[in-house]
Ligand binder design. Sequence first.
Ligand code: FDA
Length: 307
Amino acid sequence: MLGPVILAASRSDRMRRLISAAPVTRQVVDRFIPGETVDDIVPIIKGLTGRGLELTMDVVGEDITTPEQAAAARDAYLALIDRLSDLGLGERVEMSVKLSMFGQALPGGHELALANVRPVVEAAAAIGTTVTLDAEDHTTLDSMFAVHEELRKDFPQTGCVIQAYLFRTEADARRLAAAGSRVRLVKGAYKEPAEVAYQQKQEIDKAYVRVLRTLMEGEGYPMIGSHDPRLISIAQELARRAGRKLDEYEFQMLYGIRSDEHLRLAAEGHRMRVYTAYGTDWYGYFMRRLAEKPANLRFFARSMISK
Ligand code: FDA
C-alpha cells in the first residue's frame, strides 16, 4: 500500500524540498546514488569494472523546466563520456538517458529531446559504447519510441526500455525483438492507472515472463533488468531453451540493490551491467527506490528520527 503513496510524493515539490533538505538524507541516498559529480563517480566506476562488472550510467534529473537545463543535462553526459574516454573504459560503460531530462516535456519537446540526445549518442559511439533510452511514465512513451527509431537509423545499437506492467508492452516487444535491437525489460517504476497497466504484482510478473519469452525467442539482444530471483532463473531457462549463448543477452541491476547477486552472476560468466546513478537532482530516482521496497522508507524514517 505504501508504494503508490511514495510515488505520489515523488511528484510533490513540497515533499521534494522537505526531503532534500533533511540533514540525514544524503547518507541514505548514497546507497542508491553514490555521488554527485564525475569526480565522485570515477572511483565507483573503476571499482565495479575492476570486479568484472559492466555499467550503465544515469546522470539523475528529470523534472527540468527550461531548455537551458536540458542543454546542461546533455553537457553533463558529454563530460562523463569524455572522462570515460580518458580512462579507456568506453566499452565497459554505456549511458542510460531519460528524455524528460533532455527537454521532452517542454514546448516542442520531442524535437528538443531528439536534438539534445543525438550528440550524446554520437559521443558514446565514438568511444565504442552506446545509449539506452529509459522508459518513463506511459504518456511519454510514443515520443520515446519515435526518438529511438530515429536514432537507430544512424546508431542501430541504441537501446530502449520496455515496462512489463503496461498492457501495450507485449506488442512493443514483438515489434522490437528484431535483429540488432537492444531492449531492456523491467517491471516498471511509475504510478500508472488501471486503464493502461497491471496493478497486481502477480499479473506484472506473469506479463514479465511473457514479454521476456518474446525477446528471448526473437533476434534482438535482451537486457533483463530485474533483481527478482525467480525472474532471473526463468530468464536463464528461457535463454537456454532459445539456444542463446552467454554473450547473447545480459542481466542488469541497480547500484546498491542485491550487490552480491551482481557478482554471483558475473562469476557464472554472465554479462552483468550495474545501473549507476549520480548527480545532484536525485529526488525522483530516490523516491522510486523507496517505493519499490517500503522497508527502505522505514530505514530512512528511522535515520531521521535518530538524528
Ligand atoms: P521486485 O520489485 O519484485 O524486487 C525483487 C527483489 O529485489 C525484492 O524482493 C528486493 O529484495 C529487491 N529490491 C527491488 N527493488 C529494491 C529497492 N528499491 N531497494 C531494495 N531492494 C530492492 N523502471 C522504469 O519504469 N523505467 C526504466 O527505465 C527502468 N530502468 C531500470 C534499469 C534497471 C537496470 C533496473 C534493474 C530497473 C529499472 N527500472 C526501470 C526499475 C524497475 O521498473 C523496477 O521498479 C525495479 O527493478 C524493481 O523491480 P524488480 O524487477 O527488481 O522486482
